[in-house]
Design a binder for this molecule. Structure first.
Ligand code: NDP
Ligand code: 8X3
Length: 250
């Protein structure tokens, strides 16, 4: 049966790669993000094969989240798949020097934004007794590293929310699972370092990091399991990464 997926953070990195792969698999798409032109360009690219709708909102804006999702056109209102992907790290400062605006951004986007979108989408899945939620966590949600403090806290929260969702939705026909990547070469570090491209580039040098497409493939693997199989929690790192702090760089 034809499925519809909503992907947050579809303008870049993991979300964009996932949109491209799901379109190839014939899944209709609701693409979300703040950068309207990027959303539109991706929609134009993918709408040759599947139906695509774009939603332009900031996940921090509770009113906008509910307004956008609750007013989807009828043909997009039955959401089968939710990919909770929007998020970023902001800064890498030790706790005593932390920028409180960065803290707010990470908790508001990575945690509260994910909650708002989930709250807007999940009741429809419950009504239809069918759905699949994939929460993008991180190795940062499994292990804290120097300067990771609040970003790690936000991803530990995603881990807890993922577990809580699975418990609360048990028996309702909805699969819930988290994919927790290690280092993936996307715009992530450029955002973390506030546009410092040179510093960001260094994060991924001297080894072969994961690519956004690697994570998209894993998301598709989870989505394409038979209906009784739920990938509950999956951690993935590149060959050269052993932990958040141990990376075999040449
Ligand atoms: P990117 O920076 O490439 O993409 C981040 C996406 O999130 C963009 O599409 C951006 O869209 C969206 N986003 C950010 N803030 C908001 C907001 N306030 N409202 C709506 N959308 C927002 O990074 P990645 O693809 O790497 O990150 C995607 C997810 O993967 C994040 O949750 C990240 O924590 C997680 N992750 C990343 C890893 C990595 O090493 N790269 C490893 C583990 C997890 P726009 O700016 O248009 O709004
Ligand atoms: C992104 C991976 O190690 O940069 O979540 O925090 S890391």
């Amino acid at each position: 049966m034809k499925r519809t997926a909503i992907i947050t953070g579809a303008t870049s990195g993991i979300g964009k790669a996932t949109a491209i792969l799901l379109a190839k698999q014939g899944i209709d798409l609701i693409l979300c993000g703040r950068r309207k032109e990027k959303l539109q360009a991706l929609a134009d690219q993918l709408s040759k094969g599947v139906r695509v709708h774009t939603l332009n909102f900031d996940v921090r804006d509770k009113t906008a989240v509910f307004k956008n999702i609750n007013s989807l056109p009828h043909s997009f209102s039955r959401i089968d798949i939710l990919i909770n992907n929007a998020g970023n790290a902001h800064g890498l400062d030790p706790i005593q020097e932390g920028n409180t605006d960065d803290w707010d951004a990470m908790m508001d986007i990575n945690v509260k934004g994910l909650l708002y979108v989930s709250r807007a989408v999940i009741p429809g899945m419950i009504e239809r007794k069918n759905g699949h939620v994939i929460n993008i966590g991180s190795t940062a949600g499994k292990e804290v590293y120097p300067g990771g403090n609040v970003y790690c806290a936000s991803k530990f929260a995603v881990d807890a929310i993922n577990q809580g969702m699975r418990i609360d939705l048990n028996g309702k026909g909805i699969r819930v699972g988290a994919i927790n990547p290690g280092l993936v070469e996307t715009a992530f570090s450029e955002v973390r370092f506030k546009g410092d491209a040179e510093r960001a580039k260094k994060v991924y040098q001297g080894y072969t990091p994961l690519q956004a497409e690697d994570i998209a493939e894993i998301i598709w693997f989870a989505l394409s399991r038979p209906p009784h199989v739920n990938i509950a929690d999956l951690t993935v790192m590149c060959l050269d990464q052993a932990s958040s702090t141990i990376v075999n760089k040449t």
